[in-house]
Design a protein around this ligand. Structure first.
Ligand code: ASP
Ligand code: MG
Length: 321
């Protein structure tokens, strides 16, 4: 089985969503697949903006209508009444109380991925590719603090396997990225860009042979092409090299993305859904050649040097700095 993950830009209205559907259809013809979707377009940011508006007591209804209308444009016959009512009720409650917390934010953000899976699944079904939505909150379980949840691999793996065993084969599973739930059933998230992690976890749990990460970039580059004109695409990297880039700001790779792949040696292919003929970047065990592969930059970062004799043998300096 192959796991195909699509980022928000690759699922946006217009040519993006159409070409994503084409890619899914073509891959399905080649063999068994599962699809992991991010929220479409800028939906996650839009949901956060609506929460901000509501918290300030401002009118969010026009934004909410635009938000829903965006999805209706792709498939006018698909009803989003349920999602509209749920979001309206949630936002209105925030407006009345003038407050929201992470729990409420997670609940709202989840609609980005839930709607995305609904749209993709409906478009596939319309094309004659039978598919089925999977709400990842039913298979991925997180633990730990609210701010910093981590996935319980054991529980999530067994729930995922059970789900796959009990559901009809042949249907393409369209899994919501990014979201999970805690032991009490509250919605949690895997952090911004977390759908990449959802995809590699799913691949690990289901022993997939490959993960394809479809976004709007051709692959990983030797440097950020918007800063360095001579940067070139990297054909192949090892897990270790890719993980290094993920830790230092390569957005395409959420910091935890690589880990689930290593144990089972599952290759990750980064591909551009707008130019699918491009070979992309392959991340696997062997990589290609030695030496420095890429240079990265972290923005908005300051380095402060503090020195002085008084610091010698003084405990607690770091904390005071
Ligand atoms: N929709 C979420 C975000 O924008 C997760 C993702 O895109 O991977 O961060
Ligand atoms: Mg996104």
């Amino acid at each position: 089985m192959k796991v195909l993950k699509f980022g928000g830009k690759s699922l946006a209205n217009g040519v993006a969503i159409q070409s994503a559907i084409q890619i899914i259809t073509a891959e399905k013809k080649k063999g068994e697949i599962a699809v992991v979707v991010s929220a479409r377009g800028n939906n996650t940011d839009e949901l956060i903006s609506m929460l901000d508006l509501a918290q300030k007591g401002e009118d969010f209804s026009a934004s909410l209508q635009d938000f829903i209308q965006y999805h209706k444009e792709v498939l006018p016959t698909l009803s989003f009444d349920f999602e509209y009512t749920e979001l309206f009720t949630l936002l209105n409650a925030v407006k009345i109380i003038g407050f929201f917390n992470l729990k409420i934010q997670n609940k709202a953000m989840a609609f980005g991925e839930l709607i995305s899976a609904k749209v993709v699944s409906a478009l596939l079904n319309k094309k004659g590719v039978s598919s089925q939505r999977v709400d990842a909150r039913e298979i991925f379980v997180t633990e730990g603090s609210e701010e910093n949840p981590f996935v319980n691999w054991e529980v999530s793996a067994s729930k995922t396997k059970a789900y796959w065993e009990n559901n009809p084969k042949g249907n393409v599973a369209i899994v919501t990225g990014f979201i999970a739930s805690d032991i009490d059933g509250n919605t949690t998230t895997l952090g911004r860009n977390g759908s990449n992690y959802s995809a590699t976890l799913l691949a690990n749990f289901l022993d997939a042979e490959e993960v394809q990460n479809w976004s709007n970039i051709d692959g990983l580059y030797t440097a950020n092409p918007s800063y360095v004109k001579t940067a070139t695409k990297i054909a192949s990297l090892t897990y270790k090299e890719a993980n290094e880039l993920a830790q230092f700001g390569a957005n395409i790779l959420h910091a935890k993305t690589i880990l689930p792949l290593i144990e089972k040696k599952i290759p990750l292919v980064i591909k551009n859904s707008f130019t699918p003929e491009n070979s992309g970047t392959v991340i696997n065990e062997s990589g290609q050649g030695k030496g420095i592969k890429a240079v990265n930059v972290i923005n908005n970062c300051a380095l402060i040097s503090v020195e002085g004799k008084g610091m010698l043998n003084t405990v607690g300096i770091d904390g005071r700095i």
